[in-house]
Design a protein around this ligand. Sequence first.
Ligand code: SAJ
Length: 396
Amino acid sequence: MVNVIGLGYIGLPTALMLASHGVQVVGTDYNTKLVQTLQAGQTTFSEAGLEALFASALEAGIRFSGEYQSTDVYIVSVPTPYDRDSKKIDPCYVIAAVKQILSVCAEDAVIVIESTVSPGTMDRFVRPLCQGKKVHLVHAPERIIPGNMLYELEHNSRTIGADDPQVGQQVKELYSSFCKGEIVVTDIKTAEMTKVIENTYRAVNIAFANELAKLCHYEGMNVDEIIRICNMHPRVNILSPGPGVGGHCIPVDPWFLVGDYPEHTPLIAKAMTINEEMPDFIYSRICSIMEEHGISDFSKVGLYGLTYKEDVDDVRESPTLQLLQRHPMPFAVYDPMLTETIADNQYTDFTNFLQDTHLVVVMVAHSHLRSVSEAMKDKIIFDTRRALKGMDTYRI
Ligand code: SAJ
């Protein structure tokens, strides 16, 4: 039996996927409300295909509990935040989970950490906890992208870092129950480093695109057209500029490297700062557009989108929230993916939102926009995501 610890954005789909492929699974979370919701047969966030997978896992017998189970395989998917001042990882949730596992697990149990950790975390923080009990440590970092999680769980390649290649092989077989991608077995520190570097590569590439956007704006040029043409070169692949970088990974994980290796990461540190400054650049662009159109009342400016990216309901590190926090003006806000109110002046009805605003700033390219673009025709639009094709809008 596998006990999956942490039933959030990664743990839940992983637990469901294993269960629906014939593995006996118990999912555990310290959040009793979340466990009760799952026990009542409801999912806890929206993701394409999750409901159907949940139904199939329930049918296969998955159970949810607030208690750690006594078994021989654990998969830990708990958050790994970072300390904003030191930029170093804060492994408190991983440590707490491993301590609890050690108090109930069988001798020779395999403890797989899926949470993203900085290189050396397993050696520094996890291994010392295991003194006195014979367990096998593995790091198998998750790689799936919100918005396409279930497809990627099944098709992405994976990395398994283990001390003992035989244990690595055993964990590989477990993941092979559902994963069709290639599974590479390596050592723990290599697995830690590869995961953080993958997200850092993306952060640096986005920062490059963001810098180009600022440069092109200064020069009065169209950055999208420039990137489009450059990307026709067979060895160039520039990502897209945007209003900032959100989520729980790209704006967080690269800081682990800067925190631990400040002398060796000037490029990464600069890239992260460029991304973090994008909400301020957007704010200054909004102010110039308002001035151009004689708008002085911020409540007539509507920010469309509060989530960190399109078609998800996750608001962690959201660029819109960053903008609102740093520039607390009475903007109108709306997000079709959210049912809860999380910001001041947040509308729940798009028609009302549109009626009350003169300038709409598209912060997130939700699919919902496609069905309402016609109604937005008479508005002044600042489209920071290139979402409204063929319309006359201000661009980033
Ligand atoms: N963004 C841009 N421009 C782009 C692409 C993204 O501004 O061209 C922004 C998005 O709008 C968003 C942020 O970056 O605010 C991050 O979004 P994302 O889609 O790049 O990534 P995440 O955070 O949803 O997922 C990433 C993925 N990592 C990589 O692609 C290397 C995913 O595979 C990881 O599993 C995930 O981080 C994680 O949990 O580590």
